[in-house]
Design a protein around this ligand. Sequence first.
Ligand SMILES: [Zn+2]
Length: 296
Amino acid sequence: MLRIGDVRVHHVEEWQGTFLPPSEFFVGYDEATFRSFAPGLTPQYYRDDADSIYAFLQSWILEVDGIRVLYDTGAGNAKERPGIPIFGSLDTPFLTRMAAAGFAPDDIDIVICSHLHIDHVGWNTQLHAGRWVPTFPHARHLFSAIERDYWDPEGQGARPTAAGAFVNTNVFEDSVQPLLDAGIVELVGEGYRVSESITLRLGPGHTPGHLVMDVRSAGDSALFVADILHHPAQVYCPDWNSPFCEDQPQARLTRRRVLEDAADRSALVVPAHFGGVHCCRVRRHGDAFEPVFAMP
Ligand SMILES: [Zn+2]
């Protein structure tokens, strides 16, 4: 468990493993540059023997201001995922791990999906008698309105020319629409106040309505940045995108802005997919940054 001021933060793992070689994962990749910091990232974030980045799918539960907030819901079980088969037909004990952390689905008051990609909305629903039904039926689910409009089957993100169209096949239908149908979604935007300690910030680029969760409590702060930062290599090289970033120039601008903000206020940075201790602080290094992995 982490603490951010008075906020208690619980980590729930869904999946971990090798994913892609860095040369395929990073847009703008440079081998010599990667090799300069790779030893410090091995093996928690990079596996030399497989030449692959090492990644997690994970969620965070915050006990804050008298409520319980779940940030991001992984890939989910039993979903058909032709776009990224490695995240399809999963059968993980995610809910058992949540219970081990002390939380049943009905304990969650608010679910926040940073964005509506395949690996951030999965546990929104589970299969029950052949239908996808909400896993957290008593929770209010917060998505960005921009994101909902973009990934709707009629929206731009679903068009074949969009970067994530194939990757996100079936995702809106089985993990978002059932919540809209149940009337448990609140569409939000920049500056939305979740509680006294939590404000949502728009961080567009990876997807157009990507939300950063800004947590401030008792003089400490944390930025839950989800996929603005997939891997520690992007702290050293903030101009390296992933191929899954919808708007590549905007993704670079947002990553730099968020890292500058984190460095300036010594905020804990909590991305969606980091291995190791799953979070870091960052400090400026030349015109880029470097991660500091000590637990808070
Ligand atoms: Zn992701």
